[in-house]
Design a protein. Sequence first.
Length: 703
Amino acid sequence: MALIKQIRQRTGLMIGVIAGGLILFLLGGDLLSPNSSLLGASQNIVGEIAGEDITYEEYIARVEEFKLANQQRTGQVPSEVEMYSIREQAWQSMIVERVFREEYEKLGLTISDAELVDMVQGKNIVPELRQQLVNPQTGQFDKSQLIAFLQSLETADPAQQAYWAQQERLFADARLRIKYDNMLATSEFATQAEAKEEYKAANTIADASILFVPFYAIADEDVTVSDSDMQAYLKKNQSKFKSGNAVSLEYVSFSIQPSGLDSADVISQINELTNEFKTAENDSLFSLRNSDAPTPFYTFKPGEELPANLTNNVDGIEAGQTYGPFITANSTYVSYKVTDQYSGTPRLRASHILFSTEGMDDATKAVVRTQAETVLAEVKTDDNFEIAARQYGQDGTAQNGGDLGYFAKADFVTEFAEAAYAAKSTGILPNLVETEYGFHIVKVTEMPKSTYTKVATLEVELVASDATRNEAFRNADSFAANAGNRNEFTENATSENYRIIQANNIDASARNINNLQNAREVIRWAFADETSTGEISSVIELENAYVVAALVSRRDEGDVKLADVKEQVEAQVRNEKKAEVIKSKLAGKTSLEEMKAVFANEASINEVPDLKLSANVIPGVGFAPAAIGSIFGIKQGELTKPIREDVGVIVAKLNTLTPAAEIGDYSAYQGQLTQNASQRTTYSVMMALQDLAGVKDYRYKFF
């Protein structure tokens, strides 16, 4: 959500962005794109949803909406990494409009005018607004800023009005999705019988001896893999292999990581700036001018974690002191100055389980109260508050175990806030709390804290200097100029001692290639209609490398051919054949020791005294669900048959089996099963609806 307070200050930026988007829209999208609509309508479609083509212009207009919202929220132009997330949000919003809107209508899910007003200026203001509209003096949500803005909308310019209308639509869409997901989540239920089986799986324990024979116990040359073997395997296992558009590449990467000299320069710079930082009269202005940090000056409210690089290196901080420089995990040097610590409005942390009574008559409310009191008694006894919140909660916090985070007393409805702040210790409040929204079971998880800490951050990023980048580009450009075809590409790389890296079966929507992050430019080049097999790219600049690539092969959507996945299929068939050889050599042996003697140098026997039925990994061996199932299916003292797993061949002996003890109450396991099913349901339904709507994504041709 945007910084409403700053909308008026940034009207020029907002109008500029909107105007730019309108110009692009009117002129037909990105005129510089090779896939511009100027090249024809057939190349102007970025996807299809529910049988409807989505044009490039339509999609870009939606992306611009989300980009504008991001800029208003952060005050910065989004990076390419952030733009990927923005494009995904825009695409998902278009899917929701076309796919979920119909579902909402069928179910009668709506957002009333009163609910929308409550979301943006009532007692349940959406978190996006609460997080952005903060009084810098108190660190608390300042509702007066929001009211002032809303009152000014009638006389505001059209750009501001359009922006706010978009935000309200986003809020409503998000709330509808929460309602839909919560409805799906609460439709899940696990029976007592299922809970009992779950308990047994988690508490039935086997003491087993495991013989493990890895595939390398048989040399590759001892098995023969023919093309007909591989064709038969592929035909039987087509579903295991991707059938979308894919390419295979070879490439040479020229690193533009910072050199040792670059590092020394940055260390000198951060040390000099830190010394100035210590005596700076205006800490916020100094950090704003000199820091690469996105938020160089911030007030940490009670309950908020201070920067990890500060707390990990300093035992106790003091106001007025400067700490650092420290090096971060992403090779950035950072120093902190604690400009002030003061006592302000207290904030406590609590969770709740809401039993909604909105719109109900007194008789129905009484029924809901009885249900809430029953659950309250249960959570007091069983200490399963979070599980119960996921099962019974009827608001957006349910999926997070009811957690409301830290909040000030003034932030919440009066009855709820007074009850929570009256608590003398953490724990579940003894009685229900009734508000206009329903009955709440309240758990205070952290007592009130009142210390606010202002921290100025001085951050200097370690990046490659121009000299380092120029040298890497010269090498890459020279290599690309002399590699006219794949033979020259290979020969020149060998002669100049450059490493050729292979990347097989890259999906059209992939963003990374092996360890190359954000490599969309390489992938777009490979998938471009004009790029032919065997072609060599020019120098492509990525964040940390220049790349010269060769297109080895391209596969269109549909069933894969053996040539596309030969290496993968060959490995699988070879392991199948090795497994058969191993099994034949173990035949007739009656003990694990005899079997191990057959492969004395490669096989191992592992003792596993506490193997659970619910496990899918055998310690010291790896992922082996079939073997684990077999162990629990034999009698004490028996051996399983040799079982082929992805890691090798396994034979196990069951030494003892300890069944799970009977217990009187399986509700905790029942709640956990219900919770797990609820979490899976929303994602599964999303995927199912997309499949039914025939969502097709061609954005890889454009971005």
